[in-house]
Design a binder for this molecule. Structure first.
Ligand SMILES: O=P(O)(O)OC[C@H]1O[C@H](O)[C@H](O)[C@@H](O)[C@@H]1O
Length: 511
């Protein structure tokens, strides 16, 4: 796309440059690529960037409508044009910036209501005298990935004796697994669905209800179901008691919803204080994103780097390697956040985007495990991908030798990707490593609610900033609709319009 053309000469120059030679040569360049905010530090010195290219990226952002759109985002004005909606996730962390006082007040009330319910539910109040032992969240997409990621990450912060399980898939084994060892008396189901029309969620919620009825009878259902939704009337139609239905705003996007009632499972399992501490960390990142100068702004820097690698250096994908057992689900969470937001082909005005001017394919896993699987590809395959390493300072400074060794592995990988090993002298060709492969390292102080909140907000704002540069709408997801319609057609036997290969499979599978 024409707007990003100024990157081309820099990409041409730097794609041939020696990456190792870019590091440690220009103090100002190195300092510009090392930024901190809200307990997070981004070290992007191993990126294929020099001071001129960095300046070109900043100039592009300054010349865009970034500042005006960021203002609109925080004020709750329409930024999701195709759905004529605001995007209210930052307002869930701080409603005071909203222009519309009514929405701000509804958000405050909703927060009070979930906190109150979570506190009482955690004490077993709705289970006819039984203690709460398990909360089963039934939801999919944004109603699953965010809460599930946070639950795993903050496991150490659970209330005593309470655990969460997550059901998203229509394979009956998913609910079966979530109910393994569950006592019906001490189990609470949270049905999380913004639309309350999602097939997977409604079918699983019916199956969960049937399980409860089979164990405790109809009366046992009362109190053991709660809902988080932007369509409360549909939750009522489903049979959930109005006092246990927690609404959130239509303007909260599914993949941005964990801060709303959609995070109910977290608020119950961890307690409202932990949920609030996550909000506080995210709010710190929000304030930084709003107030820090662009050249010292962490989400902005991360966005510029990812745009540079995609649009400048044409790296289709990005690998996220989190060196923390409990951050294993980070890549899954980011896949939805980034790929549903930035996987678009047209601008907000409907113009076709260039082939290299939309979001990256995000993939990854947990370090050091991934070193023993796909890192071979990263080191020696002819194509490559930038890597985001995530490191916990608390592991590096731990007294546990294993934790130190884990972090040493992370640093070794970044260094090896950059330096490589030349196939000269006695070194056999298959042992040579090309090097010149870029990575960033994101340092988190520790795996605590505040730092995790900041990590999520960082990525939300990074995606927003990229979307501004690509001029696309990051808040809609029209691409997921056609498949849903076609699945309904198959279910209702309306298959005449399908291609012959699909019709044959439908027949073979007896659908
Ligand atoms: O929360 P729900 O309305 O049930 O939606 C669940 C998910 O399904 C949709 O198809 C979207 O692709 C996701 O963005 C959304 O999070």
């Amino acid at each position: 796309m024409a707007d990003l053309d100024p990157l081309a000469p820099h990409a041409e120059r730097l794609s041939k440059a020696d990456l190792s030679g870019l590091v440690g040569r220009d103090e100002a360049r190195d300092q510009a690529l090392l930024l901190s905010a809200a307990g997070l530090t981004l070290d992007a010195r191993k990126q294929r960037l020099d001071a001129e290219a960095w300046q070109a990226l900043l100039d592009l952002l300054r010349q865009s409508d970034f500042e005006a759109r960021r203002q609109k985002l925080f004020a709750g004005e329409v930024v999701n044009e195709t759905e004529d909606r605001p995007a209210l996730h930052t307002a869930l962390r701080n409603p005071d910036r909203l222009k519309d006082a009514g929405t701000a007040e509804r958000i405050r009330q909703a927060r009070r209501a979930t906190a109150n319910f979570a506190m009482r539910a955690g004490e077993g109040e709705f289970l006819s005298g039984h203690p709460l032992k398990r909360v089963v969240n039934i939801g999919i997409g944004g109603s699953d990935l965010g809460p599930r990621f946070v639950y795993d990450a903050l496991k150490a912060w659970r209330r005593d004796g309470v655990e969460a399980r997550f059901v998203s898939n229509l394979d009956p084994a998913d609910l079966e697994d979530a109910l393994e060892g569950a006592e019906p008396e001490t189990t609470l189901f949270c049905v999380t669905s913004k639309s309350f029309t999602t097939q997977e969620t409604l079918m699983n919620a019916q199956a969960a209800r049937a399980w409860l009825v089979s164990k405790l009878g109809e009366t046992g259902v009362s109190g053991r179901f709660a809902a988080a939704t932007a369509a409360p009337h549909k939750a009522r139609e489903f049979g959930i008691e109005p006092s246990q239905i927690f609404p959130f705003e239509e303007g909260v996007g599914g993949r941005y919803s964990l801060w709303s009632a959609a995070g109910l499972v977290l608020e119950i399992v961890f307690g409202p204080e932990v949920f609030e501490a996550m909000h506080t960390g995210a709010r710190e990142m929000d304030d930084h994103f709003l107030d820090a100068p662009l050249e010292r702004n962490l989400p902005v820097a991360k966005a510029l780097i990812d745009v540079w690698n995609r649009a400048g250096l044409r790296k289709l994908s990005r690998c996220v390697a989190a060196y923390s057992s409990r951050l294993e689900r980070l890549p899954f969470y980011l896949q939805q956040l980034e790929m549903e937001s930035l996987g678009k082909s047209v601008t907000r005005e409907g113009e076709t985007l260039g082939a290299h001017t939309a979001g990256q394919l995000v993939w990854g896993g947990r370090g050091s495990d991934v070193q023993h699987s796909f890192f071979q590809w990263l080191h020696q395959a002819p194509a490559d991908a930038p890597v985001d390493f995530i490191a916990l300072k608390s592991l590096a400074t731990s007294r546990d030798e294993r934790a130190k060794a884990l972090t040493a592995n992370l640093l070794a990988q970044g260094a090896a990707l950059m330096a490589g090993r030349k196939g000269e002298g006695d070194l056999a060709a298959h042992k040579a490593m090309p090097g010149g492969r870029v990575s960033s390292t994101l340092l988190m102080d520790d795996l605590a609610p505040g730092a995790l909140g900041a990590l999520i907000a960082l990525h939300e704002h990074k995606v927003f900033t990229e979307a501004v540069l690509y001029r696309l709408n990051p808040f809609d997801q029209w691409g997921v609709e056609l498949g849903k319609q076609l699945a309904r057609d198959i279910a209702t036997g309306d298959v005449s319009a399908f291609d012959p290969a699909t019709r044959d499979l439908i027949a073979r599978l007896g659908l």
